[in-house]
Design a protein around this ligand. Structure first.
Ligand SMILES: *Cc1c(COP(=O)(O)O)cnc(C)c1O
Length: 396
């Protein structure tokens, strides 16, 4: 195993301190060459033969196995494709079908909006009185009543970094007969996850955050191997069919996770992701976690020492936190724009949260101290108070 950080594996602009890998990971070296090869040698020269000779059709599974190792899933239990919003829809509908006599879908206020929107949309499609019930994160376990079909939670809160305990929450869901669905968007590549031992039925996550697959990189979905053969795919596309090239008139799902595939895979994007994931061959999630907690702890103590204007909204205890730290500040939007203008990249989440992701693959203590020095300067001199830092773009 290599020592962290592995800065040489990433192409990050000189003088930039990138604290937004929780939103979009940076470009791993080797990806441009891999994509170029895919374009010219595979697509360009092989054309349609590429589906077989370059094994494009097997890519969603092959890349799924690379991700499986990082989240404690067994080989062949993950498929990659589509967006996380779509994967959440698929997982949720399959989970609801597993408990036909129950009608509540339980989640928390800390969940990411798209997960909740997809749940709302799914419920509207079903001709049955389903309810999406939202409670506070700390009240989820005690709210799993006998009418709850599915508990759907995001492991790491995207805003605050608060972490749910996967094992005890999954146990709580199972003890009440509910299906557990985990969203691992801010977990895969950030914190150790052991899907097999926690025994959750379903999970999904994205690959453009801590897994550095690039903007729009496809999502992944996990289904417990002992249950997948009975899961009903709501989006029954031809590539989830047992024999897509038999071109049968009726849908017959593949016996395994392949049934969660829908249509043609994004081959170029998968090539980028496959290459990006090779970084993980050389590091252990245990080392990543340890370094991440150290970096986050250091950031918190430095900010509290030098930036009295900010107040911590993330858990102080590293074991209760993902790989990000958030501070509230009433001028947070403008302060973040000023910080970005000074080449320290974090992001802003409404209403007043400045969010910083720490990825030990390419961030070290020197970066943390330098980032806080710049932040402190911006705050104490009110450098954020300029018209250009108050203008809001389409993406924050
Ligand atoms: C980032 C994120 C998403 C994004 O969904 P897309 O469909 O990939 O845009 C969904 N859910 C959570 C919890 C996220 O953090």
């Amino acid at each position: 195993m290599n020592k962290l950080p592995l800065k040489h594996r990433f192409d990050i602009p000189a003088n930039m301190i990138y604290l937004d890998g929780n939103s979009l990971g940076p470009l791993p070296r080797g990806v441009p060459e891999r994509v170029q090869r895919m374009l010219t040698a595979e697509w360009g020269h092989h054309l349609i033969k590429g589906w077989n000779v370059d094994q494009w059709m097997a890519q969603p599974q092959r890349v799924g196995d690379q991700i499986a190792r990082l989240i404690g899933a067994s080989e062949g239990s993950i498929s990659v494709g589509d967006t996380l919003s779509v994967k959440i829809f698929q997982a949720l509908s399959a989970a609801l079908k597993m408990r036909p006599d129950r009608n509540v879908l339980l989640s928390d206020h800390g969940n990411f909006p798209t997960d909740l929107y997809m749940a709302e949309g799914l419920i509207r499609q079903i001709d049955k009185a389903y309810e999406l019930r939202l409670v506070s994160p700390e009240d989820v376990a005690s709210s799993i009543t006998s009418d709850v079909a599915v508990v759907m939670l995001t492991h790491v809160d995207y805003r605050t970094g608060r972490l749910h305990d996967m094992q005890s929450m999954t146990d709580a869901a199972h003890s009440k007969g509910a299906v557990m669905l985990w969203d691992l968007a801010h977990s895969a590549g950030a914190v150790p996850v052991d899907l097999q031992s926690c025994n959750a039925e379903m999970a999904a996550g994205c690959t453009y955050k801590y897994l550095n697959g690039g903007p729009g990189a496809p999502a992944f979905i996990y289904a417990r191997p002992d249950l997948v053969a009975d899961m009903e795919p709501a989006l029954s596309g031809w590539l989830g069919h047992d024999e897509p090239f038999a071109f049968e008139l009726n849908y017959r799902p593949a016996p395994d996770i392949e049934r969660m595939r829908i249509g043609t895979p994004p081959v170029i994007q998968l090539a980028a992701l496959e290459e990006a994931l090779s970084v993980w061959d050389d590091v252990s999630m245990h080392d990543i976690r340890k370094a991440s907690i150290d970096l986050c702890d250091l950031f918190i103590s430095e900010v509290e020492a030098h930036c009295p204007e900010l107040s911590l909204v993330s858990p102080r205890d590293g074991s209760q936190r993902g790989s990000q730290v958030s501070f509230a500040y009433e001028h947070g939007f403008a302060a973040m724009q000023a910080l970005i203008a000074h080449n320290v990249i974090g992001d802003f989440r409404a209403p007043d949260i400045m969010r910083f992701g720490f990825t030990p693959l390419y961030i070290d203590e020197t970066d943390v101290r330098a980032a806080v020095a710049i932040l402190s300067d911006i705050l104490s001199k009110r450098l954020w108070d300029k018209p250009e830092f108050h203008k809001r773009g389409r993406v924050t």
